[in-house]
Ligand binder design. Sequence first.
Ligand code: FCB
Length: 450
Amino acid sequence: MPDSSPFPTNFLWGAATSAYQIEGSPLADGAGPSIWHEFAHTPSRVRNGDTGDVACDHYHRYRDDVALMAELGLNAYRFSVSWSRVLPTGRGPLNPRGLDFYQRLVDALLERGIEPMLTLYHWDLPAALDRLGGWLNPDSAHWFADYAQVLFRALDDRVKLWVTLNEPWVVVDGGYLHGVLAPGQRNPYAAPLAAHQLLRAHAAATQCYRAEGRHQIGLVVNLEPKYPATETVADLDATMRADAYWNRYYLDPVFLGGYPPELADIFGPAWPDFTADDLDALRQPPDFLGINYYSRQVVRHDPSDWPLAAARVRQPRNTHTTLDWEVYPQGLTDILEWVASRYGPLPLYITENGAAFYDPPQAEGPIADPLRQRYLHDHLRAALAALRQGVDLRGYFAWSLLDNFEWGHGFTPRFGLIHVDYATQQRTCKASARFYAEVIRSHGSHLIDV
Ligand code: FCB
């Protein structure tokens, strides 16, 4: 290994996707509807009325997509399983044809030497379970563990990296507090209860895996470092509140067995009285942690911001993506070091990192995406900086392999390394994909040279 490339030899170079965002055919072959299917089919919930009915048609084109991964030299791929394909009503009868899709996908990956990282829950709860209260129902932890067990038994012989939940923060903040994501609730009393059941679900599935799994199980969280806009007490306090809510909410319980104290102030009367036993039961440290990193927040106290009173101060000198997310690579180094010092040492993966910048809907020839390429370059360098500081970073997954259905924003923002023409389903590698392939081929040395 050249000196200039400190990436460990077994470093995973991957890309990530999720089921509802790419698969299409959400009701095919006996699958049941998910909350995202219903949400997208509810008028005015998703921009342009876009839905995941077809998306990237990955359900039928997965072999071609795996071939593209191999062409780029990826040695890992993170995807999620649609719960309601496997168990159409969330519990009870198995749908063998749904499960079979994931068996075939995993086999296709392994044939190409691509390590699967399987996420059990990337936001698409079976609609039948939502009718029973979804993540507000205390039984949801058991529903989830039973579902997880079906997957463990079917695939643990081939899948070595398991993820329980993707970004519980987003599930709760978007789905139960602000109502902008499925299931669309806007209720401060519901949010902390949903968070608690999600954490119980993580614990239950992890325990189940410890009993019968042979490899590793982890959790994926979205983290966003918080920096105070000024040194005033008000801004420093707001920064702590934002940090508690965004970064420590789901990690403190899992690693330390308690919620950050700031949450009781943030939620006020809506904060439940958890008992010591409730909290103890959440302490279920994962074998590894996945971190999704996109941006940072410069924070200032602002009473009009609900419920945190902590507003984002836009940094006009820095580049912003089409979703107006500030590009700030240093934040990735900072957050990796923070996680390692607060909860570590433990194996870490960057399970998502990427940017939406404008690309044309049709690809006529190669697609130049210099801003995305620069984003990738700078964030890989930031990851390298953390590695050099001794962080146990085991892999990097770009978000996303393909342009796809970006939730409430529909298909407008394009995050892919590979362009998708939604009219023809044609895939075209963007320049950022070629750049990433070169980084992988040179085992990171290319990052130093350009
Ligand atoms: C993350 C999600 C992923 C994608 C990216 C842009 O929060 O996990 O599905 O939407 O953001």
